[in-house]
Design a binder for this molecule. Sequence first.
Ligand code: FA5
Length: 352
Amino acid sequence: MESINALRKSALRRLRSIKHKEELRSFEVEFLGRKKGKLTAVLRRLGSLPHRERMSIGQEANTLRLELLEEINKKKNIFAEHAMQEILSKEAVDITFPPPKRPRGHLHPLTHIRLEAEEIFSSMGFSVIPGGPEVETEYYNFDALNIPSDHPARDLWDTFWISSRSSKVIDQKRKARGRSAFRVPTSKVLLRTHTSSVQVRHMESHQPPIRIIASGKTFRYEATDAKHDTEFIQLECLFVDKNVSVAHLKHTLSAFFQKMFSPKVAIRLRPSYFPFVEPGFEVDMRTAEGEWLEMLGAGMVHQQVLKNAGYIPGHWKGFAFGVGLDRIAMMKYKIPDVRLFRCGDVRFLRQF
Ligand code: FA5
């Protein structure tokens, strides 16, 4: 009985001084461990005691055991509570703290130029219409523009043709989406080589007066260099009315270039040939180095094109031009190589 009392005293004293979970664990082993626990040893010796002593000492030892277990549990709870408090205070979230700034994307330089060009033409009374399909039929890209398949001018545009199997698939997909197949089903399919493909597409469903611009991607199967890429953006302008002349074309172009660059911008028209205009021109702009860079093709809409659109022959006149927006962007931002626009290098793109 004495040794139990001594055990109680020393155990409770030890217990009071315990500060850590690990210490508590070794205390538990020391006193209540199954093999070498001090109290366990007392309980194990009970069997050798006379019956009466066994009862009273046994009871006392068990009480101490329960007492110690309870104290140990209390301590465990306190430690668990402390651990939780520590986690809570470490991981506390200050909801009033401003969040870190997310990196923001921005528009591509060619998109900037397209939007600026659209705004300029809108301010001049032109409507911005959707750019038309990039996968186009031979009909709208060539035939309707007075370039039949045996016309040598087809060589002006190196074309990405789409295999006839793909053309059929495209037709089926259009039908599945509830759209009609291409209007000219026998026509071969290609990646449009210029936005002039929108001209007859638009005129077929609209009557003059027409004042529209449409921009979008165009593709050419040609070797690239600093001024030529296989993909680029064009902006097409079409103006059809009663008394339209080259003067209107020239004025529209000058106004556009002056607004896009500066009132002092230098442009020049050179006679050129496109089967869908008569007369036709190419328009250059002078670079800072004093050289001329070709920016667009233009001209008075050929009567055959107006006829293909279903207009009464001789009734209407028009001008049209197709300007390379990549070239405009090169001039505006002083970019020496057109291929930089699609190189995907963020160091280049971040500058805009
Ligand atoms: C045409 O594409 C005609 N459709 C333009 C036109 C429209 C003429 C309406 C008359 C009436 P051209 O192939 O010259 O023309 O191209 C027009 C412009 O697109 C060029 O002046 C140039 O600015 C740009 N361009 C042409 N090819 C490339 C290329 N490979 N890479 C970047 N820009 C190009």
